[in-house]
Design a binder for this molecule. Sequence first.
Ligand SMILES: Cc1ncc(COP(=O)(O)O)c(C=O)c1O
Length: 436
Amino acid sequence: MVFENSIFPITSEVNSVDHLVLGGCDVTDLMEEFGSPLYVYDEVTLRSMCKEFVSEFSNLYSESSVLYAAKAFLNPAIANIVREEGLGMDVVSGGELAVAINSGFPADSIYFHGNNKTRDELEYAIQEGVSRIVIDSFHEIDLLEDILASKNSFQDVMIRISPNVDPHTHIATTTGILDSKFGFAIETGDAARAIRQLLKSQRLDLVGIHFHLGSPIFELEPYESGVRTILKFLQPFIKEGLNLREFSPGGGFAIGYLSHKLPPSIKSYAQVIVESTKKYLSELGFHSPKLIVEPGRSIVGRAGVALYTVGAIKDIPGVRKYVSLDGGMGDNIRPALYDAEYEAVIANKTSLENEEVVTLAGKYCESGDILIRDIKLPKLVSGDIVAIPASGAYAPSMASNYNLNPRPPIALVNEGSAKLIRERETYQDMIKTDKM
Ligand SMILES: Cc1ncc(COP(=O)(O)O)c(C=O)c1O
């Protein structure tokens, strides 16, 4: 039976014993095989999101390129899949770059972002031959000039400009306003100074401009405002020698976390970005640059489901019923960090009627370790399996060893088979870098 829920992976079903099935695998079998808690990624959903981005953008703008924003979740298996689907990659650290390179991802389709890349990271990126370094500060320009001079080398770069557009996301995930650590601000004159400095550089070739507003962005209008603001700001620099060969309005496309709050389609994001880009390019006299977009969450978010087992249940009559799970803020910090909201189903009895309001708490020693506050669910008992959908982005990638809990394993499922793409961390893994 198809599981009618658009925030779960595309392949989600319910089988004859009322269990949730992902990628053809009964989740209770997955829990038995790999233990609890467990993250499951559905390959079909992952590939279909990649395909949808590539086709929606290239149908509307032939010279376009989709980069997967690796910060959402990176691992060699994921790197292979996004590569096979024809995406490039955006990395923000030496670590992400190392995983990409070691997975065989071609350096010439990697863009390196970040507001404070270290000298070591920049040297590593240059040595590996990354396609573009997206410069975020004057400090970075100085570091790059110095490194390139010492190697008598050259590098294609973009710069990140802040358009001062509010995409109405949580303040902690809003990145393109004036009061942000990211990018060169237009208002302060920094963006103009950075462009002029780079146009004079002998070693840095300014091939394009990037901005990123924040995430997850449920509205379309901020993209139009961002494109308009940046292209209007850039227009006078054409006379000064700016040759805009690439233009990137970043990522930030929303996904459905709650079934009553679904995002616009990828087609609508593509339309607003492409239409506004074409309009202002032609109005302002630019040649057509390559268009770059950087989806992260919208590629992996829906593909991932977090599975937990119910343990202790504490009822405070008239106040709250806490149902504790065997994971929590160590594997998904988003509710504690951003007040992120999720839904859940009971994966071992999916069709039972919801009958009581409970709070799904984690196992970490923090009162703030709550995964879902006040959710109506069927009556839960210890041993039940709770599935939280839309957990593929920024959950495993932000996971920690807080309380020295090992991080959960990750299984990739497809057509009834499952393989671990990350093993469960062990106590030994956690102590191997410590010393007496
Ligand atoms: C520069 C840049 N590009 C792309 C992204 C990806 O955002 P999302 O995962 O919401 O698509 C981010 C996220 O922080 C970012 O900083």
